[in-house]
Design a protein around this ligand. Structure first.
Ligand SMILES: Nc1ncnc2c1ncn2[C@@H]1O[C@H](COP(=O)(O)OP(=O)(O)OP(=O)(O)O)[C@@H](O)[C@H]1O
Ligand SMILES: [Mg+2]
Length: 167
């Protein structure tokens, strides 16, 4: 399994890291964004959206009450925030699987709410180090994620980020 980390020192850097990831996406993918309240999940989601081609003037905000926002882009982007999910039946009601395993890119905040805690996809853990620094750990679960992980790794290195292997 591919797994590595890097540190972001500011909100802008986290957006830039998201942008690098978004630029590499050229096939459907499920991206799981894990981290506490205020960790930076929506910040990196915004960067990913811009990298996928969502115009700068389109606001990217947490879909906390709507559960999902859709942004047409190079690939359709479906941004979920499952914090307020009351149960698996909510997932079925919103047709989660069709988006998560469809033709677009699905970003999921609070993936802990999914029934399968080990779902295949690109897992991104965001861990606050201090007020402005975040440790970002990328790990690929499942066979389909490997090529994206390699492309993102290169893109981030080319952008000057120091990447540390986790295992
Ligand atoms: N390096 C950093 N990367 C990302 N955000 C940072 C960083 N440093 C400080 N911040 C701040 O942390 C906050 C992150 O907010 P964000 O809405 O992205 O969190 P979230 O993980 O989506 O939380 P929630 O679970 O409530 O949706 C913002 O206020 C942002 O300015
Ligand atoms: Mg959020």
């Amino acid at each position: 399994m591919h797994c590595w980390s890097l540190t972001s020192s500011s909100e802008d850097q986290t957006t830039q890291i998201g942008h690098c990831l978004g630029r590499c996406l050229d096939a459907p993918l499920l991206i799981l964004l894990r981290g506490n309240l205020g960790a930076g999940k929506t910040v990196i989601a915004r960067g990913i959206a811009r990298g996928l081609g969502v115009a700068a003037e389109v606001p990217i905000t947490s879909p906390t009450f709507t559960l999902m926002n859709h942004y047409p882009a190079r690939l359709d982007l479906y941004h979920f925030d499952l914090y307020r999910l009351s149960g698996p039946e909510d997932l079925r009601d919103i047709g989660f699987d069709e988006y998560a395993y469809g033709r677009g890119v699905a970003l999921v905040e609070w993936p802990e709410k999914l029934e399968d805690p080990d779902v295949h996809g690109l897992w991104l853990d965001i861990c606050p180090v201090d007020e402005n620094r975040r440790r970002l750990t990328f790990s690929g679960k499942g066979p389909a994620v490997g090529t994206t992980m390699i492309a993102v790794h290169k893109e981030l290195q080319d952008a000057g980020f120091a990447i540390e292997r986790e295992e």
